[in-house]
Ligand binder design. Structure first.
Ligand SMILES: Cc1ncc(COP(=O)(O)O)c(C=O)c1O
Length: 385
């Protein structure tokens, strides 16, 4: 066996993640795992049954069309129209992907040249850094900082991050891991800079329906932005089916074609029987969408109030699955000892940063049943074992 490092240089540093380490520790110690963001309850029965029916009746068990089945593309276009007044042509401007993850990879690989720069906000979702590196590009980050329970950024840091090499801004709103919902003024600033410097925007909106405070505004809905924006979302969070991996892109024909050109050689297609089921889900009445946030808000409050009651410094999220605590000490050390001391697993936010701005922050997921959250709080309150 050659002694040469087999992993390509651009992927070095993306080896074993803290998620793998923490999940292993969770199993070893019998911990309540508030590390990974997936729900522990099922989504709407109509959607689950539609997938089962599609498998049983044998109509969707072979390769679906490359861009996704027409029924799902129409449902995605109708969803964008219904919630945001955005019109997309289901044939030329909608693409079904293997989760938002493939859409992010396809968009970055299809739109960014080696040597280009991508501006994004830290803390950032981990696949952004990996896909920017796969594209041979460089990331430049703008730091989100908590300020009296609201995460903000310095507009001058954003302006300074844009250079002649910048190709696009990669946005995530509502934002993982902070739970921030970018407000209209912040989005307008990003849009103004994108237009001024002729940049594209990729926006990851997978938490669009998981909002407790504030309003989700797709940046594509701002004047002048539709033609330069690739909007990405997925079914995983909205319908509690993170394992189905059905995501999508809405964008102008040229941008959709760029993403599809790469996507066809990544997975080609995926999730045949899940596609009609998600089409069914996207057509559910408004009451369903309102209900998601009501249930999750309760879970957010159980965890956030409970942690505050135990003396933790909690930064309550406006949206998503995650709350942050400032442990006023090294977050990695804190998270490494928590499973042994308290039998609870959390994730140090520092893994989502390039700078040290999140070194004392820890992320906990509340997309778990209230009794699971209560158990975690009881353990956190208990004496160290
Ligand atoms: C911000 C963000 N984007 C994308 C994804 C991945 O979405 P999917 O499971 O649809 O690939 C996640 C999942 O946690 C996420 O938090």
């Amino acid at each position: 066996m050659s002694a040469v490092q087999p992993l390509v240089a651009r992927m070095q540093g993306f080896g074993t993640t803290i998620f793998a380490e923490m999940s292993a520790l969770a199993v070893e110690t019998g911990s309540v795992n508030l590390g990974q963001g997936f729900p522990d309850t099922d989504g709407p029965p109509e959607v689950l049954l539609a997938a089962a029916d599609a498998i049983r009746d044998g109509t969707h068990n072979q390769y679906p069309p490359g861009p996704g089945i027409p029924e799902l593309r129409r449902a995605i276009a109708q969803h964008q129209q219904r919630f945001y007044g955005l019109e997309y042509d289901p044939d030329a401007e909608v693409l079904v992907t293997a989760g938002a993850t493939e859409a992010i990879a396809g968009a970055l690989l299809g739109l960014v040249e080696p040597g280009d720069e991508v501006v994004t906000f830290e803390p950032y979702y981990d696949s952004y850094a990996a896909c920017i590196a796969l594209a041979g590009a460089h990331r430049r980050v703008v730091t989100l900082r908590p300020d009296d329970q609201r995460w903000t950024f310095d507009p001058d840091q954003l302006r300074a991050a844009i250079t002649p090499k910048t190709r696009l801004i990669l946005l995530n709103t509502p934002h993982n891991p902070t739970g921030k919902v970018f407000d209209r003024a912040e989005l307008q600033l990003i849009a103004d800079l994108a237009i001024e410097h002729d940049l594209l925007v990729i926006t990851d909106e997978v938490y669009e329906h998981l909002i407790f405070e504030g309003t989700h505004t797709p940046i594509a809905s701002l004047p002048g932005m539709r033609e330069r924006t690739v909007t990405i979302s997925s079914a995983g969070k909205t319908f509690s089916v993170t394992g189905w991996k059905i995501g999508w892109v809405t964008a102008s024909p040229a941008l959709t074609t760029a993403v599809r050109t790469v996507k066809q050689f990544l997975t080609y297609v995926n999730g045949g029987p899940f596609q009609p089921a998600i089409a069914r889900g996207l057509a559910l009445p408004d009451g369903y969408y309102e209900g998601i946030a009501v249930q999750l808000r309760h879970q957010r409050d159980v965890l956030s109030d409970g942690l505050a009651g135990l003396g933790y410094d909690v930064i309550r999220p406006q949206a998503t699955y995650f709350a942050t605590i400032d442990v006023h000490a090294d977050g990695v050390e804190f998270c490494r000892s928590l499973p042994k001391d308290k039998r609870v697993v959390a994730i140090p936010s520092s893994v989502f940063y390039d700078s040290g701005a999140g070194d004392n922050h820890v992320r906990l997921a509340f997309c778990k049943r209230p009794e699971v959250l209560d158990e975690a709080l009881i353990r956190l309150k208990g004496a160290s074992s």
